[in-house]
Ligand binder design. Structure first.
Ligand SMILES: NC(=O)C1=CN([C@@H]2O[C@H](COP(=O)(O)OP(=O)(O)OC[C@H]3O[C@@H](n4cnc5c(N)ncnc54)[C@H](O)[C@@H]3O)[C@@H](O)[C@H]2O)C=CC1
Ligand SMILES: O=C(CO)COP(=O)(O)O
Length: 352
């Protein structure tokens, strides 16, 4: 397949390396020409994924989403004019590997793509007006690029491990079977299993909310609250994810899968998680700006927590752990007080 990946951060680069190793023709687009030249010269993404060599066949391109859209249009025009020889083959699949905040603009630029478009980002878009709700990626796509054949690739996957060829399992989510198939064909390989799921809202809720909960477990671990507390946060966190997901039209069984339980366990317990690192750094006494600055990568939970909480409130869904994370990030609650706030809640019954 011909695959274009837009966004040369850690995850876009890792998946580009993986698909290229599987024999696909991959273009990795970096919006900064400086970053693209440095990657070409070193055959490594030293800024976002140091120590992982780019396979020789992997092409690095410079340009923003509009450049990629123009490239796509030029390839298609050449094909329809039966130009011989065809200058370049159009991508069969476009993958958006930017943070959620850049999704809307990127989708708008790519809105005429005849090829399927999939995003990797795990978050909610921030509300665009004071009285508006923050949106999941597929809701953003419905507004910004409704005609696209679209979906998401998600699941428990640290970029560094995928780039090293260590085994992992992902989930390809879309309402369209052709998009799920394209994602499986592109990324399923010797070290990556890609499962298909038609519950796109469920997969997106799992991917977005686990980031908020990983901040909570990072905090708890940083405060040395113990393994019991970590297990309690993960389990009750999964209950929060499931409640919100059901209210947003997802299926309950999705949350027992890769994008629910799987990604929550990975991100809440693995020190490679940037969201968990935010919690650890806050517990160590750093301010939020210091923690974000020292990370050098996006930690989506920082930007999604408030939106998740607002969306839950508008649906009448209780999310006490998320509420505490929001209060902590806002500086309204100190870490030790958050523990007291959670422990002093009234007794409840499982499994709700
Ligand atoms: N790193 C990981 O292990 C995984 C990350 N993800 C998700 O993938 C998304 C991207 O994460 P990472 O690559 O890790 O982030 P990163 O912080 O390593 O890199 C972000 C990249 O996005 C680029 N970018 C930001 N705004 C852009 C725009 N408007 N246009 C083009 N590029 C833009 C930055 O230049 C940078 O290259 C996030 O939503 C994250 O939650 C999902 C699974 C695994
Ligand atoms: O989504 C991820 C793993 O599946 C990466 O998590 P972080 O963004 O917390 O690093």
């Amino acid at each position: 397949m011909n695959i274009a990946i837009y966004g040369a951060g850690a995850w876009g680069t890792a998946l580009a390396i993986s698909a290229s190793r599987s024999g696909h023709a991959v273009q990795l687009w970096a919006r900064s020409s400086g970053q693209a030249s440095a990657m070409q010269a070193a055959r490594e993404n030293a800024r976002y994924l140091p120590g992982c060599a780019l396979p020789p066949a992997l092409q690095v391109r410079a340009g923003d989403a509009t450049c990629l859209a123009e490239h796509l249009a030029a390839c298609l025009a050449a094909r329809s004019a039966l130009a011989a020889p065809e200058p370049e083959t159009a991508p069969d699949l476009l993958v958006i590997a930017t943070p959620t905040a850049a999704l809307r603009g990127t989708l708008a630029a790519l809105r005429h793509s005849p090829a399927p478009v999939a995003w990797l980002c795990k978050g909610f878009e921030a509300p665009r007006a004071p009285d508006a709700c923050g949106l999941l990626p597929h809701e953003v796509q419905r507004q910004a690029a409704p005609a696209l054949l679209a979906g998401a690739l998600s699941g428990p996957s640290f970029a560094q491990e995928v780039a090293r060829g260590l085994p992992a399992a992902l989930v390809a989510a879309s309402a369209h079977a052709s998009v799920r198939q394209a994602l499986v064909q592109a990324f399923h390989g010797p070290a990556l299993r890609v499962y298909a799921n038609d519950d796109l809202p469920g997969v997106e809720v799992g991917g977005a909310v686990k980031n908020v909960l990983a901040i909570a477990t990072g905090l708890a671990d940083g405060l040395q609250l113990g393994l019991n507390a970590r297990a309690a946060l993960i389990t009750r966190g999964l209950a929060e994810i499931t409640r919100l997901g059901l209210a947003l039209g997802a299926r309950a069984d999705t949350f027992m899968g890769l994008s629910g339980l799987g990604d929550l366990v990975l991100t809440a317990t693995g020190d490679l998680s940037r969201n968990r690192q935010i919690g650890l750094r806050l517990a160590a006494g750093q301010s939020l700006p210091e923690a974000v600055q020292s990370l050098g990568h996006v930690a989506e939970g920082v930007y999604s927590a408030r939106t998740v909480w607002q969306r839950a409130q508008s649906l009448g869904v209780p999310m006490p752990i998320t509420e505490c994370v929001v209060a902590l990030l806002d500086g309204r609650l100190r870490p030790a007080d958050a523990v007291a706030a959670l422990m002093s809640r009234l007794p409840r019954s499982e499994p709700v």
